[in-house]
Design a protein around this ligand. Structure first.
Ligand SMILES: NC(=O)c1ccc[n+]([C@@H]2O[C@H](COP(=O)([O-])OP(=O)(O)OC[C@H]3O[C@@H](n4cnc5c(N)ncnc54)[C@H](O)[C@@H]3O)[C@@H](O)[C@H]2O)c1
Length: 261
């Protein structure tokens, strides 16, 4: 039997959007729990402090190391304070997992300017701001790993135009940052989740709709937040040391499926 050490042993991680907006396991929450299980010290960042505190309870119950930072990642001062707290608490910064994202429904005929600007700020600008504050500390430590959470909605848009455009922006941001910071050994990758069942999408969802989402994937298996979390662990780990600029669909094969006849 091969024994292995925890995959993130000794690493310090920030998970932005580490809470869940409901009782169903969220992508950011699962990622934070798995990172702690794999030996990372995790700063749990969320605009709603109670949500991050619930994630902290789950990690503490398993004997993991984590703490909470309440802040809004669309705010530059909060991003700076967040990074400073991670470094002050744990001595370094190796991993930034940018999970924060909100929906944005409607066509360009329907969306308001206010909603459009908000979706771009929360889904794209926030990742630029958190990265701007995190990268200097990663460089000082010899490198790091940033993972941005996009969505298959970026490449398979349907009725969520502001959301799709913002998630396309996340892909472009990932690739630009991967090139810009490779010389400093900062790897930047992107996860494109498919239709996973989390609190974010469960609101008002019927069992029929939930089953249709499950059947949309060639695997015909419902995706969960844990599937997204494991991708986050891999991309943050040294096992992915030669992986940068990658856009990883975690979607049961949805993006390669043809429409059924
Ligand atoms: N569930 C899906 O089917 C699906 C599919 C594709 C992509 N995604 C992506 O997954 C990510 C979210 O997944 P989740 O399950 O963790 O969602 P979630 O909404 O349950 O959790 C996100 C957390 O982010 C926090 N947050 C929101 N705005 C913030 C801000 N400005 N500053 C700090 N914190 C903020 C919220 O309070 C919440 O606790 C999003 O980026 C979303 O676009 C989800």
């Amino acid at each position: 039997m091969v024994e292995r050490k925890p995959r993130l042993e000794g690493k310090v991680a920030i998970v932005a959007g580490a809470g869940s907006q409901g009782q169903i396991m969220g992508n950011g929450k699962a990622t934070a729990i798995l990172m702690a299980r794999e030996g990372a010290s995790v700063l749990l960042v969320d605009a709603v402090e109670d949500r991050a505190a619930e994630t902290l309870d789950a990690i503490a119950a398993e004997g993991g190391t984590a703490s909470v930072f309440a802040g809004d990642v669309t705010n530059a001062a909060d991003c700076q304070a967040m990074v400073e707290q991670a470094v002050a608490s744990y001595g370094r910064l190796d991993i930034l997992h940018n999970n924060v994202g909100i929906g944005g429904a409607g066509t360009v005929l329907e969306v308001t300017e206010e909603v459009w600007d908000r979706v771009m700020a929360v889904n794209v600008k926030s990742m630029m701001l958190t990265s701007k504050c995190a990268i200097p500390h990663m460089v000082a430590g010899g490198g790091g790993a940033i993972t941005n959470v996009s969505s298959i909605s970026a490449v398979r848009p349907r009725g969520l135009t502001a959301y799709s455009v913002s998630k396309g922006g996340v892909i472009a941001l990932t690739q630009a940052m991967a090139i810009d910071h490779a010389k400093d050994l900062v790897r930047v990758n992107c996860i494109m989740p498919g239709p996973v069942y989390t609190s974010m999408v469960a609101v008002n969802m019927t069992e029929e709709r939930r089953d249709a989402r499950r059947r949309a994937s060639p695997l015909q298996v419902e995706g969960t937040a844990w599937d997204i979390g494991w991708a986050g662990v891999y991309l943050a780990s040294d096992e992915a040391r030669w992986v940068t600029g990658v856009i990883l669909p975690v979607d049961g094969g949805v993006t390669i499926a043809s429409p059924s006849r």
